[in-house]
Design a protein around this ligand. Structure first.
Ligand code: FAD
Ligand code: SF4
Length: 476
């Protein structure tokens, strides 16, 4: 907990952070938010009241000691700030950029009652970036195993934030860890979903390199369930398997015309652009470079797809069936999207994708909606207004209305129980129904957040350690 600091008058306005101007950034894929300078970080950190009973910590899914790290920044001791964060968060440069802080830690900040909360996420990013630029060399493999079952091997399936966290914690405990990833590169959604202008891939790579330095082995281009099965991993070298395969199965609208040329799932569209670098001339990945693009949905994925399309030169319309207040995307992303000239068509739902004689997309037919009573999600349910159909012109349509857990592991492994949404069922310690198999992240919860996936990976590493050491067997 932070030392009590001399109290200054409360400042209710945030220190602004520099960002690329909207007119410039729509011409490139470079990061939009440029981060605090040391002076700005100290100024912002000094706003923290070092509350005696800080509520912000309770809003952080991995329990970062927020007042303590902010106090170190205010003192100009950036290394100490990083060390404090790193005690509980293994991917701070990533979380500082993409966590929905406004609904987690920042919403609970004392200052938020009367003005702007402390910019906790931006300060976390500052400390992590400072460490990446100036800190010590990355950790190396532990010299001696800390675990009594030295040398036991664990297989980790997938390489998103859940798996990276689980693998890192197990490697630090002295386990031999192998990560199996279906794609040719590690990182999960961090690498193929969230665009470069929000999360530079060099930062994700650095975090992954840290893991490799810990001795974690990475096997890419390996689809578990096809190349090798979970049962084969358990019958072979591995005492336990962690499944962190995410929720990459896209949902579609189920309307006529959805199979026309130029209709993409957001996953495919973003993977082509981010992982396959379709935005760089020197790469051959095809992606429709349309003059007009319609993106269906209102979450972070929709904002990423819309802003990527804008950077490829398109006029973009986001079609969302509820209103602006109901948009589930992070506030900052919506704000940036609007600044970048993206149009929003609220209270509208597609009823058909329109095409020409060559089966190419020409637009969307939509119907107007109004908001009714709250539905199961706690949000007002949208109802169609009969006879209110209208058209939006588009040469490409990107569908970003949600994803489900990837089904391959469940269908290729005996004895893995699944829930109605297709995710793996686990107990609260991340154990699945199959002995030796643990799971966490989006494959269990359905599409959620980076920090929740990391929290699950951390819990799984602790549970796997107890299991291998014979302390707790969840299946007895
Ligand atoms: P994933 O990150 O999905 O990783 C799963 C990995 O498993 C992938 O690499 C996949 O290739 C691999 N895999 C799948 N099947 C197999 C198999 N059979 N064998 C081997 N490997 C396999 N969250 C936020 O907190 N903030 C944001 O701003 C945000 N923006 C987002 C933007 C987009 C475009 C998307 C798609 C998601 C966003 N999210 C955001 C959600 C967040 O990224 C996810 O909740 C998080 O990545 C889930 O982590 P995970 O480790 O469970 O799975
Ligand atoms: Fe600082 Fe806000 Fe946390 Fe209080 S609630 S310790 S002011 S960040």
């Amino acid at each position: 907990m932070a030392e009590s600091r001399p109290r200054k008058r409360a400042v209710y306005v945030r220190t602004p952070m520099a960002e690329q101007d909207a007119s410039v950034r729509i011409t490139n894929f470079d990061e939009v938010a440029l981060g605090f300078s040391p002076e700005e970080a100290i100024q912002e950190a000094e706003r923290c009241r070092s509350c005696r009973r800080p509520r912000c910590i309770g809003g952080c899914p991995v329990g970062v000691d927020i007042p303590a790290f902010i106090a170190s920044i205010a003192d100009g001791d950036f290394a100490a700030a990083y060390a404090k964060i790193a005690e509980t968060n293994v991917l701070p440069a990533i979380c500082g950029r993409v966590c929905p802080q406004e609904t987690q830690c920042e919403v609970l900040c004392t200052l938020a009652r009367r003005g702007d909360s402390v910019s906790i996420g931006r300060l976390e990013r500052f400390a992590a970036d400072w460490f990446l630029a100036n800190g010590d060399k990355p950790e190396s493999a532990p010299a001696a195993s800390l675990a009594s079952s030295a040398g036991a091997a664990v297989a980790v399936v997938g390489s998103g934030p859940a798996s990276l966290t689980c693998a890192g914690d197990l490697a630090r405990l002295g386990y031999r860890v192998t990560v199996f990833e279906a794609f040719h590169a590690a990182g999960g959604v961090l690498i193929y979903g969230i665009p470069e202008f929000r999360l530079p891939k060099a930062i994700v790579k650095r975090e992954i390199d840290n893991l490799l330095n810990l001795g974690v082995e990475l096997k890419t281009n390996t689809v578990v369930g096809r190349t090798v099965t979970v049962d084969e991993l358990l019958d072979g070298d591995y005492q336990a398997v962690f499944v962190g395969t995410g929720a990459g199965l896209p949902s579609f609208m189920g309307v006529p015309g959805e199979n026309l040329l130029g209709v993409y799932s957001a996953n495919e569209y973003l993977t082509r652009i981010n992982l396959m670098k379709a935005y760089l001339d020197e790469y051959d990945t095809p992606v429709t470079k349309a003059g007009k693009v319609a993106v269906v949905g209102g979450g972070n994925v929709a904002m990423d797809a819309a802003r990527s399309a804008r950077r490829l030169g398109a006029d973009v319309t986001v079609v969302y069936r509820r209103g602006r207040d109901e948009l589930p995307a992070r506030l900052e992303e919506v704000h940036h999207a609007m600044e970048e000239g993206i149009e929003f068509c609220f209270l509208a739902n597609p009823v058909a994708v329109l095409g020409d004689e060559n089966k190419r997309v020409t637009g969307l037919q939509c119907i107007k909606m109004e908001l009714g009573k709250e539905d199961a999600s706690g949000r007002p349910s949208p109802q169609a207004l009969p006879g209110s159909e209208f058209e939006i012109a588009a040469e490409a349509v990107v569908v970003a209305i949600g994803t489900s857990p990837n089904p391959l592991i469940a269908s290729s492994t005996d004895g893995l129980a699944t829930a109605a949404h297709g995710g793996l069922i686990t107990d609260r310690f991340t154990a699945t129904s199959k002995p030796g198999v643990f799971a966490g992240g989006d494959i269990v919860t359905g599409s959620a957040t980076v920090i929740l996936a990391m929290g699950a990976g951390k819990a799984a590493a602790a549970a796997i350690d107890s299991y291998i050491r014979g302390e707790v067997d969840p299946w007895k």
